[in-house]
Design a protein around this ligand. Structure first.
Ligand SMILES: Cc1ncc(COP(=O)(O)O)c(C=O)c1O
Length: 466
């Protein structure tokens, strides 16, 4: 009989097994086999419990994904029923009911004519498949040189060979080979770290000018797509200046460059809408990638939605005998798609998008209130995603190692006080489950505030900061 940890083994045996055999994402190789990450055992609503029985508020919603919260019977039932009805079918020569229905549901939720959906196994494979579509598209159109992908420093798009190349976070690069020959990086739209003395309006002009100059320098005939998160999530909740996406989309349209909006984080309610591209940022891109929130993290699923107008150029009479030979054994997996349908139903039935729109201003106001603390350099966010940036030296142009240590200390205190916070460099990033209540937000903010104050007191006592 499985115990609370979900296994026949006891917690000590499992910790040992993890230490001996498990390789985790971002594994610090020098410490392999000497440290284990906290083992989580159960979840309920916005809380998880660890193997020591400590209840923790899940500040990052797992990895930006547990939208409707843990322990939802509706999703478990849908998964169980579909696993018993039809646990698998090959997407190469058959379709299943849940994937067909889900494709239609997603087509009805995306903006514009993004009415065709390709399913993958997660976010990296979603973006990778979209990028491979861009390559396929331009080859079929007889434009084999139109392949460069424009992306941004500090963007994150995944861990496949191609998506890793498009990800602009310096820390992810050492010791990996990257397909950089097809990628060109633009500045991060980081309003907080914009050049000193530049207004936000001037910064927008700089970003747009840089984009135009880059298109001219590479040549529009050599650029296939612009790949962009609506807000840079793992890059530190960077929300571009108002009008940025609209103006870049206009440039893309002028040069027949496809615009891929990577909504792996923002999709399925994070900003109070099914998708943020149109509803929050005023654009209808050519492709939207999604994953994570589509199943609220209960089972893996990802995909991309594609514009009919784009598809028409390489299908039917225009296909020239081509096959989009990109696919996965688990494309449109029936159990994952059944979970996604149940998830969408819960989001609709419980009015979760409206709840996010109602409660987000309170969440953001509470996050902003932390700015008064001397260790906090900036706070920012939208919807139910936010970031507290720790800055020990306001004159430093970028985050220092000390800033990063400060943020790790804050995260450690939060954990001890009952809150999981995602540490990213010198930033404490929060994106709680969308069902979070006002009282739970109060508890989250109280723990975060207390942890920042504790850290300030410690640093002063150590004589390292004043
Ligand atoms: C914007 C964005 N795109 C793609 C990915 C990759 O998704 P996955 O980890 O599911 O492969 C992530 C992961 O965090 C992401 O934040």
């Amino acid at each position: 009989m499985p115990n609370d940890v979900g296994s026949q083994w006891n917690a000590a045996e499992l910790v040992e097994a993890a230490r001996e055999h498990l390789i985790s994402p971002a594994e610090e190789m020098a410490k392999l086999g000497t440290v284990t990450r906290p083992m989580l055992t159960t979840g309920d609503g916005v809380y998880v419990t660890n193997a020591q029985g400590r209840r923790l508020l899940d500040g990052p919603a797992g990895m930006w994904c547990t939208q409707i919260g843990y322990n939802r019977r509706e999703i478990a039932d849908a998964i169980s029923a579909q696993a018993l009805r039809l646990s698998y079918n090959s997407p190469w020569y058959s379709v299943n009911g849940p994937s067909a229905e889900l494709a239609a549901r997603i087509a009805s939720l995306t903006p514009g004519d993004l009415d065709h959906v390709f399913f993958t196994t997660g976010g990296s494979s979603a973006v990778d498949s979209a990028l491979r579509f861009v390559q396929f598209y331009n080859n079929v159109l007889g434009r084999p040189d139109k392949k460069t992908i424009l992306c941004r420093i500090d963007g994150y798009h995944g861990s496949t060979h191609l998506t890793a190349a498009c990800s602009g976070r310096a820390g992810n690069r050492p010791n990996f080979d990257l397909a950089l020959d097809t990628v060109s990086f633009l500045s991060a739209p980081n309003v907080y770290r914009r050049p000193k003395g530049m207004t936000e309006a001037d910064f927008l002009e700089f970003l747009i000018g840089e984009f135009e100059d880059r298109v001219a320098a590479i040549g529009p005939d050599r650029i296939g797509a612009f790949l962009a998160e609506p807000l840079l999530a793992s890059g530190g909740i960077l929300i571009p200046p108002e009008g940025y996406h609209r103006r870049i989309l206009d440039i893309c349209r002028r040069h027949d460059i496809l615009y891929i909006s990577d909504e792996v984080v923002t999709g399925f309610g994070r900003c109070g809408h099914w998708f943020a591209s149109e509803a929050v940022f005023g654009i209808t891109p050519d492709i939207i990638t999604f994953a994570k929130g589509v199943t609220s993290g209960y089972v893996p699923l990802g995909g991309f939605a594609l514009s009919d107008a784009v598809l028409a150029r390489v299908s039917g009479e225009n296909a020239k005998g081509s096959f989009y030979t990109n696919g996965y054994t688990y494309s449109g997996h029936p159990v994952s798609c059944a979970a996604a349908l149940a998830n969408i139903e819960v989001i609709e039935r419980d009015g979760i998008l409206a709840h996010v729109r109602d409660i987000a201003p309170y969440f953001q106001e509470q996050i902003r209130s932390l700015k008064q603390l001397p260790l906090v350099g900036d706070t920012r966010g939208t919807g139910l995603v936010a970031c507290v940036e720790c800055v020990t030296d306001p004159a430093a142009p970028e985050a220092t190692d000390f800033d990063k240590e400060v943020s790790r200390r804050i995260d450690h205190h939060c954990y001890e006080l009952g809150l999981i916070v995602r540490p990213i460099g010198n930033m404490c990033v929060l994106s709680p489950p969308l069902v979070i209540t006002k009282a739970e937000i109060d508890s989250l903010i109280a723990i975060l505030r207390r942890s920042i104050v504790l850290t300030q007191d410690e640093l002063r006592a150590e004589g390292r900061w004043s």
